[in-house]
Design a protein around this ligand. Structure first.
Ligand SMILES: NC(=O)c1ccc[n+]([C@@H]2O[C@H](COP(=O)([O-])OP(=O)(O)OC[C@H]3O[C@@H](n4cnc5c(N)ncnc54)[C@H](OP(=O)(O)O)[C@@H]3O)[C@@H](O)[C@H]2O)c1
Length: 228
């Protein structure tokens, strides 16, 4: 029998890839990203382990493409994970960098969620998980746009949760601290969370009784480097 479907955006690497692998035991995965080769490698790994993965090569900042590829996918779970971050002083941030962050981290939440949510509402069950960030509730120099998009993502998630929980749809946000992925440019990543740590948190948030919602989770490392 087919398993329920989990759509994971940003599945080509990092937290999204680890999440797709972690969920593949319980769900048929729809893996979304732009990088075709990485998606094919993920699908092959999931198939080797006995699971199912359907790669969808998609730029989530293209609303028409999102509508064409994802409308009607009867997903039980949507992990809105794809994100980009250009962390630099405001006066060095170009308009293109600003717009890209807003488009990927925030505007795409509209298109991807609008494509997937109707089937959840019709079925009266489903779970949308957003990968936020601890920068969605704090500030740091260089984060004018990135932190703002993550604040917005958290607000989006909480408002949507209040709108759709009566209809049987859960909405959660998982806010990681620093994670050792392609996203981070720091040379020493040994102290950071792994992508698998965050994937495990996402899986646990999803694996709750039908009447229980874990809405917000913060995941932090215990191995922060000592300040010199
Ligand atoms: N790493 C951290 O320290 C950290 C901490 C807190 C929160 N986060 C959040 O965690 C999420 C995942 O980040 P990560 O660390 O795993 O970063 P990553 O390794 O750079 O992965 C980012 C993913 O997003 C996808 N993506 C980017 N632009 C896209 C687009 N236009 N259309 C479709 N997919 C797109 C990328 O795929 P393609 O390039 O193949 O399209 C890739 O799969 C992000 O939302 C990030 O803000 C990360």
């Amino acid at each position: 029998m087919a398993k329920p479907i989990a759509v994971v955006t940003g599945a080509s690497r990092g937290i999204g890839r680890a999440t797709a692998l972690r969920l593949a035991g319980d769900f048929d995965i729809v893996a979304v990203a732009r990088s075709e080769d990485e998606l094919a490698a993920l699908a092959a790994e999931i198939h080797r382990a006995g699971g199912t993965c359907h790669p969808v090569r998609l730029d989530i900042t293209d609303p028409d493409a999102v509508t064409a590829e994802l409308t009607g996918v009867d997903a039980q779970v949507l992990v809105n994970n794809a994100g980009v971050g250009t962390l630099k002083p405001f006066m060095e941030l170009t308009r293109a960098e600003w717009t890209r962050m807003v488009d990927v981290n925030f505007n795409a939440l509209y298109d991807v969620t609008r494509a997937i949510l109707p089937a959840m509402l019709a079925r009266k069950s489903g779970h949308i998980v957003v990968t936020g960030s601890i920068s969605g509730r704090s500030a740091f120099p260089g984060g004018t746009c990135y932190a703002a998009t993550k604040h917005a993502a958290i607000a989006f998630t909480e408002c949507l949760m209040l709108e759709v929980r009566d209809a049987g749809v859960k909405v959660s946000v998982v806010n990681p601290g620093s994670v050792a992925t392609h996203f981070s440019e720091r040379s020493d990543a040994s102290w950071m969370l792994s992508a698998e740590d965050v994937a495990e948190a996402i899986a646990r948030v999803i694996d709750t009784p039908p009447t229980v919602l874990i809405h917000s989770v913060e995941v932090r490392t215990l191995t922060v480097p000592k300040k010199k």
